[in-house]
Ligand binder design. Structure first.
Ligand code: FES
Length: 168
């Protein structure tokens, strides 16, 4: 009769140990993964070096093409191309393009921006920002996220805030 009691006792102890080991190893594993994620973050996220977005023929007039990895929308209008930064100027959420409304809508607090990136309504007080565009050597549309342009500072007319097309 002593055997089952010992067995039950050791089984309870074993379960307790198992739970402790699970807890400890889970914590260590989570810490390790967090550390690895932190150390490898630069390799996972794109840098700010210029990237090719495509060629002019990729977009028709009025079309919006999203590049989520670069937080960018590339838009073509009658004058050429411009790149909007897909970060809400209220508190930094990511708006979505509503093609049926021809608006960018921020789901966080419902700011709306028109196709040009101008604020239409909502708590955001200013327009979306633009990234710099320039022509690549083979006629590609190049994105440079190291430079932004703010409309309220009069920067949307600066070189690079839009890419004239057809080219002069
Ligand atoms: S973050 Fe976009 S409306 Fe608040």
């Amino acid at each position: 009769m002593a055997l089952p009691i010992e067995s039950e006792s050791s089984e309870k102890l074993s379960r307790r140990d198992f739970l402790w080991y699970t807890l400890i190893w889970s914590g260590l594993g989570a810490s390790l993964l967090s550390t690895l994620a932190y150390l490898r973050l630069p390799a996972w996220s794109p840098g700010l070096e210029p990237v090719v977005l495509g060629v002019p023929q990729d977009l028709s007039l009025g079309e919006v093409k999203a590049f989520p990895a670069y937080q960018t929308w590339l838009i073509r209008n009658e004058s050429g191309f411009y790149a909007l930064r897909s970060v809400c100027t209220h508190l930094g959420c990511t708006p979505v393009w509503k093609s049926d409304l021809t608006q960018f809508h921020c789901p966080c607090h419902h700011s709306y921006f028109d196709l040009a990136g101008l604020r239409e309504k909502g708590p955001a007080l200013r327009a979306l920002e633009r990234y710099r565009l320039f022509w690549g050597q083979q006629g590609e549309i190049m994105l440079d996220r190291s430079q932004t342009f703010r409309r309220e500072l009069g920067e949307w007319e600066d070189a690079g805030a839009w890419l004239p097309f057809p080219r002069a």
